[in-house]
Write a protein that binds this ligand. Sequence first.
Ligand SMILES: *Cc1c(COP(=O)(O)O)cnc(C)c1O
Length: 397
Amino acid sequence: MPNRPCWVEISTRSLEENFRLLGGLTGQDADLLAIVKADAYGHSVALCAPAAVRAGAKWLGVTSVEEGIAARALCPDVHILVIAGVFPGQGAALVAGRLTAVVWEPWQLDEIERAAIESAARSAAAGAGSVPVHLEIDTGMSRQGAGPNGLEELLGRFGAGSTLRLEGVMTHLYAADESDGVLNREQLERLNVALEKVHAAGLRPEILNVGNSAAVLSGLAQAIGKIANEHSMRALMRPGLALYGLAPQFEPEEPAGVAKARAQLKPVLVWKSRVVSVREVQAGTTVGYNGTFVATEPMQLALVAAGYGDGLDRRLGNRFSLLVRGERAPLVGRISMDQSVLDVTEIPGVEVGDEVVIIGAQGGESITAFDHAEAAGTIPWEIFTRIAPRVEREAVE
Ligand SMILES: *Cc1c(COP(=O)(O)O)cnc(C)c1O
């Protein structure tokens, strides 16, 4: 049975091309980890994780152990980084799934070590240094990561005989979209200090895990690759949004090269619905909850099978347009949970079954997640991740 017509089309080929494009930007300076957390930013991890691997990704990044288990079932042979840490009771699943945790709290190391020892006792496969982890350094975001005071204690946990192996050192640049680069430089300096301490503790992690889409697009691979080199490490960068075809906006201005990359990145997601019914109304007719829109003249209205329950932001009512027959049709009245209404008075021939584009192109017009974000007062990351699970994700060429 066909579903209610509100669906997302995913071009896995575009995702593959984006991954290769980003790989070309980092070149010899860094490898790329494909961020597929939060169901691949709402794009479906089932479709996107294998596509990233086909394009050459050796690493995937997820939020949690549970997302890691789902990614592992799809991609048996890649490294999977669990970015937001392990929670009490998740160690065994982490070890069984061969997931690589980002760690920064001693209790996280306890959890993983306990699970690793139990697993070794069962299988005899695991021994000293058998479970790799990436240690996050807080270089200024004050979110995750070890601060200067806690670092030594954590490093002491990777001594000879520990089942844990410090494979990577990670940090998150929290203002890579600020083109003056002042905060990046401060963070990288703090990272460097932490790396000196890691080396002084006799540890030799191989991977320096730093940088999101903005960092990749603005050419930070070189600076990060250089720090990695100085510590005999290999840089690993973690683009998300760019993988899905959008380049973040930079403030106050765009660094050289970003415009070109932005033009080459291909949107992976198109979000569509259909016209459910069309009605003609007279001047004075109210539309939607609380009658926030009143027809000022005879109008033609089209009902669309998409509402805030699908992720179409309720704040867009009376202030945004969707595409039908290649033209922009204003959303009139409040957006309901499951439906919304378009003013199609100026668009001849609109009929039941017509495709409505919520994100994507139709005719010569297009609507991006940035457009939604601007109208809703948020960012495209939130627009993507709020597309509801009930909106079916379909693979297209
Ligand atoms: C989500 C995330 C990324 C990806 O960020 P984008 O801006 O989407 O490229 C990278 N690193 C970490 C730690 C993240 O949480």
